[in-house]
Design a protein around this ligand. Structure first.
Ligand code: PLP
Ligand code: TYF
Length: 400
C-alpha cells in the first residue's frame, strides 16, 4: 500500500536550493548548487546556444526519435572534443560513444554495464566526492569503497594516501577520477601526479573511469582540461569517460552528455556499444535530441566553436575574479594571520572552505548563506559585490 511509503530525505545538494527558496531575507545567497550565474546573479544562456537554436529552426529540424545511441553528429563531436580529433583511439575506431542523459545518466549507464560485465569488481571513489556518485553505484548495485584524496591538514591532495589506497585495492578495480576541477574540493593532481596515478592503475590492471563534468570550465581551455584523460588514453589503457554539457555550455536542463568507452580494438568497441544500447533501451529507450543538436551545431561550426570558447573563458574568468576577491576580503578581515591562499589554488566552480558542519549551519542560519554541509561553496553563484559579505560570514562562522 502507498500508505506505507516513508518520506525520503532531501538531497544534500538540491535540498539546499529548496531551503534557499523558502528564505525571505534580502541578504540570502545560494552557494549550494554548482550553477553559473552572471554578476547580477541571474542564470545565463550562452549566445552560441541561442544561435545554435536559431539554426535548428531555420533548418526545420523534426522531432523524430533518435536511435538508442543518440545523434551521430553529437557522438562524433563529443568524442573528438574530449580525446582530440587526431587521437589514434578515435582514428582506429576504438571508442564506443553513446549519448546519454547528461553526466549523471552517463555514469549510471556505465555503472549498469559494470554490474553486468564485471560482477566481482569494485569501484574506488575519492574521499570526498560528488554526493551523487555513491547514490549512482548503490542504485546500480555496484560495490564501492573510498580512496584518500583530501588532506585537511594541508587543505590539499593526499597524494601518497591516494596511491597507497589505489595500490591496496583488488586488481581490476574501476577507479573513478574527476577529469578536472574535482568536486567538491577544487583540488586536482598535477600532470606529474596524473602520470604516477596512471603508473599504479596500469600496474594493478585497474580500469580508469573518468567523470568529466567541467571540460573547458576549469582552466578556460578545452584541451587543457582534457589532458588528464588523454594521458591515460595515450598509454593505450581501456577506460570509461562520462561527459556532461551542463556547465560548459550551460545546458543543465537539456540533459546532454555521453559515455565513452575506449577499447583495445574496434571490434570490442562495437560489442561494448551494442551492450550499452541494450541497457539504455529498457531504461529510457533513447535520449533527447535538443541538446545534442545544440552541441553538434556549436562544435561543427568553426565560428560558433570559437565564440563558445570565448564565452567559456568569460565564465571561467568571472569565477576566477570572484575567487580572488573572496581571498582578498578574507585575508583583509582575518586578523589571526591564517593563510587563506588554498582558496586561490583550488580550481573550478567551487571552493572547499574547510568549514565544518556546525560552521556551515551558522553560515546559513545567521548569514543566510546557503551551502552544502561539507563546507563547499559555489563561487559561480557569487558576485564580486557580495564577496565582502561572504568573507564576513566565513570569518564569523570560522572563529565562533
Ligand atoms: N559529475 C560531477 C563531478 C558533477 O559535479 C556533476 C554536476 O554537478 C555531474 C557529474 C553531472 O551533472 P549533470 O548530470 O547535470 O551532467
Ligand atoms: O552542485 C552540484 O554538485 C550538482 C549539481 O541533476 C547538479 O549536484 C544538480 C542537479 C543535477 C545534477 C547536478
Amino acid at each position: 500500500r502507498f500508505e506505507d511509503v516513508v518520506m525520503a530525505p532531501p538531497d544534500p545538494i538540491l535540498g539546499v536550493s529548496e531551503a534557499f527558496r523558502a528564505d525571505t531575507s534580502d541578504m540570502k545567497l545560494n552557494l549550494g548548487v554548482g550553477a553559473y550565474r552572471t554578476e547580477e546573479l541571474q542564470p545565463y544562456v550562452l549566445n552560441v546556444v541561442k544561435k545554435a537554436e536559431y539554426l535548428m529552426l531555420e533548418r526545420g529540424e523534426n522531432k523524430e526519435y533518435l536511435p538508442i545511441e543518440g545523434l551521430d553528429a553529437f557522438n562524433k563531436a563529443t568524442a573528438e572534443l574530449l580525446f582530440g580529433a587526431d587521437n589514434p583511439a578515435i582514428q582506429q575506431g576504438r571508442v564506443a560513444t553513446v549519448q546519454s542523459l547528461s553526466g549523471t545518466g552517463s555514469l549510471r549507464l556505465a555503472a549498469a554495464f559494470i554490474q553486468r560485465y564485471f560482477p566481482d569488481a569494485k569501484v574506488l571513489i575519492s574521499s570526498p566526492t560528488w554526493g551523487n556518485h555513491k547514490n549512482i553505484f548503490n542504485d546500480a548495485r555496484v560495490p564501492w569503497s573510498e580512496y584518500r584524496y583530501y588532506d585537511p591538514r594541508t587543505v590539499g591532495l593526499d597524494f601518497e594516501g591516494m596511491l597507497e589506497d589505489v595500490k591496496a585495492a583488488q586488481d581490476g578495480s574501476f577507479v573513478l577520477l574527476h577529469g578536472c576541477a574535482h568536486n567538491p574540493t577544487g583540488i586536482d593532481p598535477t600532470p606529474e601526479q596524473w602520470s604516477k596515478i596512471a603508473d599504479v592503475i596500469e600496474e594493478k590492471n585497474h580500469i580508469p573511469f573518468f567523470d568529466v563534468a567541467y571540460q573547458g570550465f576549469a582552466s578556460g581551455s578545452l584541451d587543457e582540461d582534457a589532458s588528464s584523460v588523454r594521458t591515460f588514453v595515450d598509454r593505450g589503457l581501456e577506460l570509461f569517460v562520462a561527459q556532461s554539457y551542463s556547465k560548459n555550455l550551460g545546458l543543465y536542463s537539456e540533459r546532454i552528455g555521453a559515455i565513452n568507452v575506449v577499447c583495445s580494438s574496434p571490434d570490442a568497441a562495437t560489442r561494448v556499444k551494442s551492450q550499452l544500447k541494450r541497457i539504455a533501451r529498457p531504461m529510457y529507450s533513447n535520449p533527447p535530441v535538443h541538446g545534442a543538436r545544440i552541441v553538434a551545431n556549436v562544435v561543427g561550426d568553426p565560428s560558433l566553436f570559437d565564440e563558445w570558447k570565448q564565452e567559456m573563458e568569460l565564465m571561467a574568468g568571472r569565477i576566477k575574479n570572484v575567487r580572488q576577491r573572496v581571498f582578498d576580503n578574507l585575508s583583509d578581515k582575518d586578523k589571526s594571520g591564517k593563510d587563506w591562499s588554498f582558496i586561490l589554488t583550488q580550481i573550478g566552480m567551487f571552493s572547499y572552505t574547510g568549514l565544518n558542519n556546525a560552521q556551515s549551519n551558522n553560515m546559513t542560519n545567521k548569514w543566510h548563506v546557503y551551502m552544502t554541509k561539507d563546507g563547499r561553496i559555489s563561487l559561480a553563484g557569487l558576485s564580486l559585490a557580495k564577496c565582502e559579505y561572504l568573507a564576513e560570514a566565513i570569518i564569523d562562522s570560522f572563529y565562533n
